[in-house]
Each structure stands twice: as structure tokens, then as C-alpha cells.
Design a protein around this ligand. Structure first.
Ligand code: G1P
Length: 271
């Protein structure tokens, strides 16, 4: 069973400036709810019991958000407001599940994940990138089902416009399992149009084996001087680890850019 999720949250959020100059992007509201709560709700509904947040000193506000008990208790004592009590209960539920780990230098997703090594208990864990919201269908839940069936790693996948391949991790497909699931035999981080093996992109949901930590431990930084998780996945695939690309059913919302963030709020408000 997949019981643990890791969420890297130490990124600087420069694509969302000026909104992120003092405020962590994951706490920005999307239709009246902090973006990170959509991700947490997806995890909880998928049966996740423990969530590891990788933050940095610059993003301590995220910890404050979940550890503000004193403030809530004072307010609730003064005003017996049902809505505030409900919100506080929700925050307490999240707080109980979250462990905080620090990545103080922004050296990439791979480096972030490596920081959580000693907390990962089971053979496989879920990793979610908080910029990627998937609505209308619980992508993590579907991926956990696929993992159970095939006992393999799984990554969320989406067909993208060929012109945009250099923005994503791009797969090479090996074998169709059914209409939504494919075994892959390579993945390249942000390839040029010329080098892209397809136009199937990795979206930010991954079920990864614990063995990825020994790959990450020896992995050199690549594009942009960062340690990319994609490079370690590639190396695991070369070692005959099975990876499945899962074409998810929900709708993808890119909250990592200013334009995408604004559109996400509008899209969710129209549900
Ligand atoms: C990351 C991954 C990339 C993936 C993308 C999905 O890139 O490195 O492989 O396709 O998320 O959103 P980033 O968005 O951090 O540039």
C-alpha cells in the first residue's frame, strides 16, 4: 500500500512574482482555498496517511499556517463561530499528518526528495508537485490502483502540444497496457523539439520506489544546475525497473505561472 506522500515546497516561485515575493505560492488562494489544500485533499482521499513537506527557511510561513493553534484557540474562545471552528478542525487534521523537512538551497526536485530519505518507510511512495492541480478526478487514487495491479512505478501523463515539449519531462512509450496506461522505456527532462521522443509529458504525480534514493545520492546536477528526479527515473528504467505512464482522466491546471494561476481560479469557480 502507498501510505506516504512527499511534496517538494522549497521552490522560490519566481514564475509567480510579484505574488510570491513575501508569500509562498502554495498558500495563495485558488477560488478561496490555499492551493496546497487541494493537494492535501487529493492525498487524503487517496488513502495517504503521512505527508512529508519539503520546505526551506524562506518558506516557514507554510509551517506557521499549519501550526497556528494558539491563534485559532484564542479566536474560537472569543467568538463561537462555526465556520472558524470547522476550518480549525481541518487544519488540525492536516497538521497531524504533516512532517517538515528542510531544503535550504534550491537545488532541484531530486535534491529535495533526497532530503526526505530517512523518513520513507515503505517500498513505494507518492510524490506530488504542488504547481500541478488535477481536478474532477483523483489522479493519485487512480495511480495507486494501477500500482497495486502491476506492482510498478507510475507517473501521471498528458499529451502536450509538440511546440511545448521543452517545458516538460517527455516519455518514450514501449507498450500499451490499455487505453490509459503505457509501459515506458525512457524519459527525458525538458528535451528540445528535435530530441523529444514523443509529445507525452510527465505531470506532477509520481509513484516511486524507495530505491530511487540511492540513484539520487549519486546523481550529478544537469539542466539549470539542478538535480532532476527525471534523471534518476531514467536510470531506474535502464536498470529494468517497470514504469507506467498513466493518462489521467481529470483536468490539468498549471498553477505555477501567473497566467495559469489566474486561469485555475476561474476554472474552479465555474465547477
Ligand atoms: C517538473 C518536472 C517535469 C514535469 C513538470 C510537470 O518541471 O521536472 O519533468 O514535466 O514538473 O509540471 P517544473 O514544472 O518544475 O519545471
Amino acid at each position: 500500500m502507498i501510505k506516504q506522500a512527499i511534496i517538494p515546497l522549497a521552490g522560490l516561485g519566481t514564475r509567480l512574482l510579484p505574488l510570491t515575493s513575501v508569500f509562498p505560492k502554495e498558500l495563495l488562494p485558488i477560488n478561496g482555498k490555499p492551493g496546497i489544500e487541494y493537494i492535501l485533499d487529493e492525498c487524503i482521499e487517496a488513502g495517504i496517511k503521512e505527508i512529508i513537506f519539503i520546505i526551506s527557511k524562506k518558506k516557514e510561513l507554510i509551517k506557521t499556517y499549519f501550526h497556528n493553534d494558539h491563534f485559532y484557540r484564542k479566536i474560537i474562545k472569543k467568538k463561537k463561530d462555526k465556520r472558524i471552528q470547522y476550518e480549525y478542525k481541518k487544519i488540525l487534521k492536516y497538521k497531524k499528518m504533516i512532517k517538515f523537512v528542510y531544503q535550504n538551497k534550491p537545488l532541484g526536485t531530486g535534491d529535495a526528495i533526497l532530503k526526505s530519505r530517512k523518513f520513507v518507510k515503505d517500498k513505494f511512495f507518492l510524490m506530488l508537485l504542488p504547481d500541478d492541480l488535477i481536478i474532477n478526478n483523483n489522479c493519485s487514487k487512480s495511480m495507486i490502483k494501477i500500482h497495486k495491479k502491476y506492482k510498478s512505478s507510475v507517473m501521471a501523463s498528458m499529451t502536450v502540444d509538440k511546440k511545448t515539449v521543452s517545458r516538460w519531462g517527455i516519455y518514450k512509450l514501449k507498450k500499451k497496457l490499455d487505453n490509459e496506461n503505457f509501459i515506458i522505456n525512457d524519459v527525458i527532462e525538458k528535451p528540445s523539439k528535435k530530441n523529444a521522443p514523443s509529445n507525452k509529458a510527465v505531470i506532477g504525480r509520481y509513484i516511486l520506489p524507495k530505491t530511487i534514493f540511492s540513484k539520487l545520492n549519486h546523481q550529478k546536477p544537469s539542466k539549470g544546475g539542478e538535480v532532476h528526479i527525471t534523471d534518476s527515473i531514467r536510470s531506474l528504467i535502464k536498470d529494468e525497473n517497470k514504469f507506467i505512464a498513466h493518462n489521467f482522466k481529470g483536468k490539468y491546471l498549471d498553477c505555477g505561472t501567473l497566467d495559469g494561476y489566474i486561469k485555475s481560479g476561474l476554472e474552479i469557480s465555474n465547477l
